[in-house]
Design a protein around this ligand. Structure first.
Ligand code: SF4
Ligand code: SF4
Ligand code: SF4
Length: 285
């Protein structure tokens, strides 16, 4: 029969190991293994931004090996245990009381709160109803049902502090992967203030404006690889105004191609209209 040896550590040995692990630069096993805790949570939305992440396939799975996923409904059905979080990614609009409660709770638990997508950041497609008479909108959508109540759509930052925004409808999966490591390290990334035109020209596209086709690209924040203009569609601004946008000049250019009404209608698609109004208010003098 083989001899089994058991080494019992003395109290001194245990104490000296513990004090060694607490010295700066020396990690204990537990801290070395601790992964940042994240959630990806959807409020009221189409969940398209979350699917943009799943569309990354293996790249997304590999990125998730670096984190502890506490909640992501599209991947698993585990109960969120309510623990503290390093980063909370939030998609969609806080439209219901349950949404608002979830959002406030996520903010309380998270070191960094990131909004993902145009809905959460700018109101998105649901915000179209803010620009029209509520009763007419409800009647238009629910022709045969009465008693439907709706309220004004408000972006996430009306309810909680937002640390970082990943723009787009949907978000760009590659951009998520690009900024994820910084966020996990507790830092807030900075998206370069480049227009969509930069990527559009790099992609070898002929500028649509030359053919009098409307495109909002020059005043919109790049980072989507000019996915619309690559297909011959004008940019409609789902990533929002870039910090250095010259809305006045852009509007004047576009109005040589489209009517005031067409301009307004386009800016309503992705919740750009109120941002343009705010820009004009801030640059009125
Ligand atoms: S931003 Fe677009 S893709 Fe993302 S949730 Fe809203 S509508 Fe869906
Ligand atoms: S097509 Fe649009 S995005 Fe491309 S260069 Fe022209 S204005 Fe810019
Ligand atoms: S080209 Fe414009 S509308 Fe299209 S994805 Fe990029 S920012 Fe959004």
């Amino acid at each position: 029969m083989d001899e089994i040896k058991i080494k019992i550590k003395t109290e001194d040995e245990i104490v000296s190991e513990e004090s060694l692990s607490q010295q700066p630069g020396i990690e204990n096993t537990e801290s070395r293994e601790r992964k940042p805790k994240i959630v990806i949570v959807s409020l009221t939305s189409c969940e398209g931004c979350q699917f943009a992440l799943l569309d990354l396939g293996v790249k997304f799975v590999e990125a998730m090996e670096e984190v502890e996923m506490v909640d992501f409904r599209l991947l698993e059905d585990l109960e969120d245990t309510g623990e503290e979080l390093d980063v909370a990614f939030v998609e969609g609009n806080p439209m219901t009381e349950a949404n608002k409660k979830t959002l406030l709770e996520l903010r309380r638990r998270s070191k960094i709160l990131v909004v993902i997508g145009n809905c959460a950041a700018m109101g998105g497609i649901p915000e179209i109803r803010n620009y029209h008479e509520q009763k007419q909108t409800v009647k238009h959508v629910y022709k045969y049902i009465q008693g439907i109540e709706t309220e004004e759509v408000k972006e996430v930052d009306n309810f909680v502090k937002v640390d970082f925004t990943l723009p787009g409808c949907p978000i760009t999966g590659e951009e998520f992967l690009c900024y994820l490591p910084l966020l996990l390290a507790g830092q807030i990334p900075n998206i370069p203030d480049n227009p969509v035109c930069l990527e559009c020209k790099k992609n070898g596209n002929r500028c649509l404006l030359l053919d009098k086709k409307p495109c909002f690209g020059p005043m919109i924040l790049g980072g989507c690889n000019s996915v619309c203009t690559n297909s011959g569609m004008g940019c409609q601004g789902c990533r929002g105004l870039r910090p250095g946008a010259n809305v006045k000049a852009m509007k004047a250019t576009l109005k040589t191609m489209i009517s005031e009404e067409e301009f307004e209608n386009t800016t309503e698609i992705y919740g750009l209209r109120d941002d343009i109004e705010e820009w004009e208010k801030n640059h009125s003098s």
